[in-house]
Write a protein that binds this ligand. Structure first.
Ligand SMILES: Nc1ncnc2c1ncn2[C@@H]1O[C@H](COP(=O)(O)OP(=O)(O)OP(=O)(O)O)[C@@H](O)[C@H]1O
Ligand SMILES: [Mg+2]
Length: 481
């Protein structure tokens, strides 16, 4: 099942249905027992009344026929089956309620019940075929009458019992209604009780977007429920995360910063040594290589410092209105110079009208440089690189397209990760060596401007990077004065 809410609703409906079934069954058996007890005492009272009357009539009238005549009206008034059995075992008088079904077989069965024993007793027996059982009471007739032996008073049980089918029918009528009500109540209950959880999930999602670790979940200090404890635990986790994140960012920023000066000193030293005419020729090559490595390391340190500052929110944009065409043309020229050695054709497509956008000139320059150097770096000889601007309504798109080696579909989600390079073995050769920070910085620059970067690529065919920039100023930008 998809959500806790659905599970709670179904659980509630099942629990309620079970409760109704159990309650209904208990109620049914309880009522049935109570009704039977009540019928038993009614039968007993009727037998006692008949017995008393028989005694009185025998004493006053003596012979049996007038006695039977005298008592018949009273017995019919009971509206039950009554059998007076003679000492010879024959029925002396039988009375049945209106609609009764006393035939000779039934009378024989009743006689058997009445004469089975001389003890006063209650019982239930099947007397009328196809009809409900008979509940009966048998007792002896008072000794004052010499001809009568016992009296049986009985009633079919349907008089007091409603059968399981009646109950089932009643339940079937109300079950759909009950289930509907329980679904509504259940889902309402689940929704209201999970509402705070839903808002906590929304808050958590907002916090974990990567930029809001300083935010905390609101917690009512008086609350001690599970949700409040969960929020407190999550807040404690965010505090620890924020602490270790900022410690890590600070460390990277400080380490990069500390490395800048010694690298500069190294570079100056090596450059001086290279230009020293007394330097033996065999030392020039290693010195040249050292200078190259120092330059690469300086670039890496610059990139690291920039990303660390961006993470800390200490890399504001110096926004000013720029004609994007200039920046793109500049990047095209740089690409041309880089591409010359490999005979890669570089084409720049810019609109004829100015494309004015509020951007940080240097950052966008860096973004374009990263994209075109990648395009040239990963395009084999005689390929083509195109840099262009697409002026769409709400946004302006910078598109860098190449006919290079492309990026495997599985790698695409990682290319903007820091230090990620497709295949370290592939990029080991000098020309393609890089730190894997270029695209991470590019993405940050696009997003800092309120824009986005997307990539499409087909291995062996080429890659297209599209940077969309909004026409309005990014919210965290600082205008140049
Ligand atoms: N145009 C492209 N064609 C094919 N692969 C590319 C292209 N652009 C980037 N990639 C892949 O993405 C990886 C990451 O690119 P990114 O620019 O971040 O790092 P890099 O170029 O290796 O190093 P850096 O730019 O820091 O010097 C590259 O190593 C490469 O594997
Ligand atoms: Mg790069």
């Amino acid at each position: 099942m998809r959500s806790i809410r659905q599970r709670l609703t179904v659980g509630y409906v099942v629990a309620l249905t079970l409760a109704i079934v159990v309650f209904g069954t208990v109620l049914y058996y309880n009522r049935r027992q109570a009704n039977l007890t009540e019928l038993d005492s009614r039968l007993e009272v009727e037998a006692e009344v008949a017995n008393g009357l028989l005694g009185e009539l025998s004493r006053s009238l003596g012979r049996l026929p007038p006695v039977l005549q005298g008592i018949q009206g009273t017995l019919q008034g009971f509206r039950h089956y009554v059998v007076l059995v003679g000492r010879d075992g024959t029925p002396k008088l039988t009375v049945e309620p209106t609609g009764g079904s006393l035939d000779s077989t039934a009378v024989t069965r009743l006689l058997r019940l009445a004469t089975e024993s001389d003890q006063t007793r209650w019982g239930t027996a099947a007397v009328f075929p196809g009809r409900p059982d008979l509940r009966y009471y048998v007792t002896g007739v008072a000794r004052s009458d010499p001809e009568l032996r016992s009296i049986l008073v009985g009633a079919t049980v349907d008089e007091v019992l409603f059968g399981p089918s009646d109950l089932l029918r009643a339940m079937l009528y109300i079950a759909p209604l009950l289930i509907l009500v329980s679904i509504l109540v259940g889902s309402w209950l689940a929704r209201t009780s999970l509402q705070p959880l839903e808002s906590t999930i929304d808050e958590l999602t907002a916090i974990t977007d990567g930029k809001s670790l300083h935010r905390r979940l609101p917690v009512d200090p008086a609350a001690t429920d599970e949700l409040a404890r969960l929020s407190l635990a999550a807040n404690a986790m965010f505090s620890r995360l924020e602490h270790s994140f900022s410690a890590q960012q600070r460390f990277v920023a400080e380490a990069s910063h500390e490395l800048k000066t010694p690298l500069m000193v190294l570079r100056v030293g090596v450059e001086r040594a290279l230009t020293n005419p007394k330097m033996p020729a065999e030392s020039l090559e290693p010195l040249d290589e050292s200078l190259e490595e120092i330059n690469r390391m300086s670039e890496l340190v610059d990139s690291l410092l920039m990303l660390a500052r961006a993470d800390e929110g200490r890399a504001p944009l110096a926004v000013e209105e720029c004609d994007l065409r200039e920046l793109v043309s500049e990047a095209g020229e740089t690409a041309n110079i880089l591409a010359e050695a490999n005979q890669i054709l570089v084409r720049t497509d810019v609109p004829s009208r100015p494309v004015l956008l509020p951007v940080d000139r240097n950052r966008i320059r860096q973004l374009l440089l990263n994209l075109v150097t990648n395009a040239v770096k990963f395009t084999p000889a005689h390929g083509e690189v195109r840099v262009g601007i697409v002026d769409v309504d709400a946004t302006v798109q910078i598109v860098v397209r190449d006919t290079g080696i492309g990026i495997a579909a599985g790698d695409l989600p990682h290319i903007f990760d820091r230090f990620w390079r497709a295949d370290p073995a592939r990029t080991r050769d000098e020309a393609k060596a890089g730190t894997g920070l270029g695209l991470a910085i590019t993405k940050w620059i696009a997003e800092a401007h309120g824009g986005a970067i997307t990539v499409q690529s087909r291995p062996g065919k080429g890659t297209v990077f599209t940077v969309s920039l909004p026409r309005s100023v990014a919210p965290n930008a600082t205008p140049v004065v």
